[in-house]
Design a protein around this ligand. Sequence first.
Ligand code: FAD
Length: 410
Amino acid sequence: MASASPHSPDPDSGAPRHFPVVVVGAGPAGLTVGNILRAASVECLVLESETREFIEQRPRAGVLEEWAMRGLQRRGLADRLLERAQVHSECEFRFAGERYRFGYSELTGHHHFVYPQPLLVTDLVREYADVRGGDIRFGVREVRLHGLDTDRPSVSYTRPETGRRDVVHADFVAGCDGARGVTRASLPPERVHVSRHDYGIGWLALLAEAPPSNDCVVFGIHPDGFAGHMVRSPEVTRYYLECPPGDDPDNWPHERVWAELRQRLAAAGAPPLTEGRLIEKRVLDMHNYVVEPMRFGRLFLAGDAAHLAAPIAAKGMNLALRDAFLLGDGLAAYVTKGETGGLNRYSEACLGRVWDYQEFSPWLCEVYHGTSSGDPYRAGTTRARLRRVFGSPAAATAFAEQYLGKDSAL
Ligand code: FAD
């Protein structure tokens, strides 16, 4: 399973192993950190609990903000993305039976890039393991972190092939193992603060084997509940339906899903929905959290391990990439030149943007769900927000900048 780097010690030799950086988790964050380190000729080991085939197919995000694409491009990680991604400049709101196009690129000069997360992960794994010679172990079990507040932390894990327990020493550990990983759980509770926001709603997240039904993302704001249409590829479309939190996906058979989508996305002049087989159907209990600080001793958290943004504003993967750029650059500068500034500033530099996106998420959530809340007051304020976005150029520009996460600094 392992792809051994020509530069690293033979993983089967039984010799004690040391890597400047051990990365836990091969999602967008971990693989980007690994790629940045390999580009700087820094040895690192990536530990991933799933198989390569699994992570290359796991469907999730699809919308990349332009600054994130540019950040990947600057690090030599966007060649395939630029060949294959769709470039979007508008989205559409549907409410009260009408369609309202929102041209965010005209207002800001920036775009969204639609590129399914599995394709990005496939590109990043290939570049890390096959091109840059990075060491990666798939299918590892029972990852544990040790001595994080010492100068010589270590990571232990069980190998899938032999059941043998391995220990790897490191100078730094990058915790990139997502929302359900072990690295966040390794933090002593008295040394970190976790802020959490529960929305009290669920989204039925669907993937349909069907071409998109519209040329851009659609937000359906309807008294029966929110519905979303997210372009993914010419063959596959993601849809969302608001549902009670904790709902059982089995409550949503094929006919009910498509009837609700037709109803909630209906608007004068809208093209009919292109229906297809549902290949993913899961309920997301919508919540956000932020861990502060994002560093403990020699452990740095990045991406969903450090903060979660429910997919309301399509921010999670973008934030994961931003963390990874800062962490990868900071680690490379430290290991190759002894520069400490990037690592010392890491947590603070990430958290500014994290909180900015956290603030936008409940605002947009209320736009989506106020109308279906059953509360006339919330329905009224939702209408006011929409009127302002579509009636005031200044409000429209401010919304577009938050929606796009415009940032020229990275
Ligand atoms: P992950 O992608 O979760 O990667 C973590 C990796 O760590 C995984 O491969 C996991 O298998 C591995 N791992 C876990 N535990 C361990 C362990 N103990 N040991 C070793 N490895 C471990 N974001 C957007 O920006 N735009 C969108 O359009 C968007 N849409 C979304 C739609 C849905 C339905 C969902 C669920 C999410 C969406 N997101 C979106 C969020 C986005 O998918 C995540 O924010 C992103 O995957 C975070 O990347 P990450 O690398 O931090 O974590």
